[in-house]
Design a protein. Structure first.
Length: 234
């Protein structure tokens, strides 16, 4: 089979998100229309923390598997964005501030006390995907962020309108993603278009992105199906 042209390949990558990105998940739809309870917001913040704290781990694994120095030099910024660097406390610190603004204690997140099995296994599957597939498939899996800016903007608007009990400053994490996500997805898209030079690699990139969409979707399934007042979670 012959390769897709660059334009056709890029369009097929975008089509994956159009069909399966988690902005369309019922939990996000209810969040963005103001229907979530305080407990459901807390459940989401606590469970998404497990995703957030595993991002730098995932990115460090990707860097360790990428043989091209120039790519590693750029990709390392993602780790600094989350772990913090110099004067910037980083995204994990911002997420902990968001948690406190929802009424959670930082210890609730650090201890994984509220972590649902479905979220744990979905996030661990993301780290495993990057640890076991080629580095360029790992890059392709991060391209869900092509679709993140619209979701971040909708989320910020929804939180300010429907959840005024969360102070605006606590939403700093999402404001930072408005510029970090497009910067990252521009870089990721250019790498995937440049380094997937066979039809086989192009299809592997599509599969990695589809798998990542399912990883994001599965986390919200777990939260959507959990009654936050039910304290019997294992
Ligand atoms: O805050 C998010 C983030 O830093 C990242 C990094 C990127 C990756 O490397 O997979 N994906 C991602 C995402 C973040 N936020 C999610 C959200 O809904 O708030 C979206 C998620 C993504 O689109 O993959």
């Amino acid at each position: 089979m012959n390769n897709w042209t660059s334009d056709e390949f890029a369009q097929r990558l975008r089509d994956v998100g159009t069909a399966a990105y988690h902005d369309q998940h019922p939990f996000h739809r209810r969040m963005n229309s103001g229907e979530l309870s305080r407990e459901q917001i807390q459940l989401w913040v606590a469970n998404r923390f497990y995703y957030q704290k595993n991002l730098p781990i995932k990115d460090a694994i990707l860097i360790s598997r990428c043989p091209i120095r120039e790519i590693r030099q750029v990709w390392i910024q993602r780790i600094l964005d989350h772990d913090g660097y110099g004067g910037d406390p980083g995204g994990i610190e911002k997420w902990l501030k968001l948690a406190e603004a929802t009424g959670l204690a930082q210890a609730d997140l650090e201890s994984d006390r509220l972590l649902l099995p479905g979220v744990r296994f979905a996030v661990d599957a993301y780290v495993q995907l990057v640890a076991t597939r080629s580095w360029i498939e790992g890059v392709a899996s991060s391209l869900t962020e092509l679709f993140a800016p619209n979701l971040m903007a909708a989320r910020l608007e929804a939180f300010e309108r429907h959840y005024p009990w969360i102070e605006r400053d606590a939403l700093a994490y999402f404001r930072a993603r408005l510029s970090q996500a497009p910067r990252d997805s521009d870089h990721g898209m250019s790498l995937v278009l440049e380094h997937c030079q066979t039809r086989l690699l192009q299809e592997a990139a599509i599969d990695a992105l589809q798998t990542k969409c399912q990883i994001l979707w599965a986390q919200l399934d777990a939260m959507d199906n959990h009654d936050p007042t039910d304290t019997s979670t294992p």
